[in-house]
Write a protein that binds this ligand. Sequence first.
Ligand SMILES: [Zn+2]
Length: 257
Amino acid sequence: MRFSFEVTMNKPIVAEGGAMPTDLELLLKLQVIDYDLGELERSKEYLPDMMDNLRTEIEEAKSRLEAYKTEFDEKKVAAKNLELEIASKEAELQKYQQQMMSIKTNKEYDALVAQIDAIKQDISSHETELLNTEERISELEKEIAEQEEKVRKAVEVNTKQLEILQNKIDSIGDTMAAKESERDKISTQIPRSTRSVYERVRKGKGGTAVVMVKKRACGSCHKALTPRKVQEIKKGDRIHTCENCGRLLFWREDESN
Ligand SMILES: [Zn+2]
């Protein structure tokens, strides 16, 4: 599992100097700060989740390694037991083969042959089982070595990530405070009426309140604008809002408008 800091929301457009009226420039700056503040707020939840996932990843790698080691030990014991059993069956077989020398009757002979056949079959099936067990043991040796490497990597990589995330969490408070004071500074420079439109739309619609005209329509809800309205927005001497979604509209020369 890999984690990224990317978010699905589009980063708002950063204000540019030039033709845009100051109020809009300031609103766009405010919007970027609000976006960042929102992200920081969200990160209070998703950063600890990411940390949990990184820790789980390490734990899972370790417990998989433990499982392989346990199975390895079990198979070793099983192989040892099979070897002992085969040895004892072979001793038994030898004893029967000795008895063959002193057989008196056909009936005795038939019975002994049946016993010998049975024990040979028994030995053969034990040997097959031993072979399978030994194969699994050598597979497990490989798996254990590979898993040890996985654990080592997970610990190394995830520990670094955890440190980075912990630092991020620790600094959220300070970063937010800095953004808030920057926000206050910008906010006071915007006329109250404009600011209240911005705040109302932002709270009502969530997220982006100031949007660019795209294809002669609102860049958010895509409601078409009259040519006259586009001309007025282009002039940029006052704030215009979309009659459909209420967002504040601005014009920027761009191939998309
Ligand atoms: Zn709209």
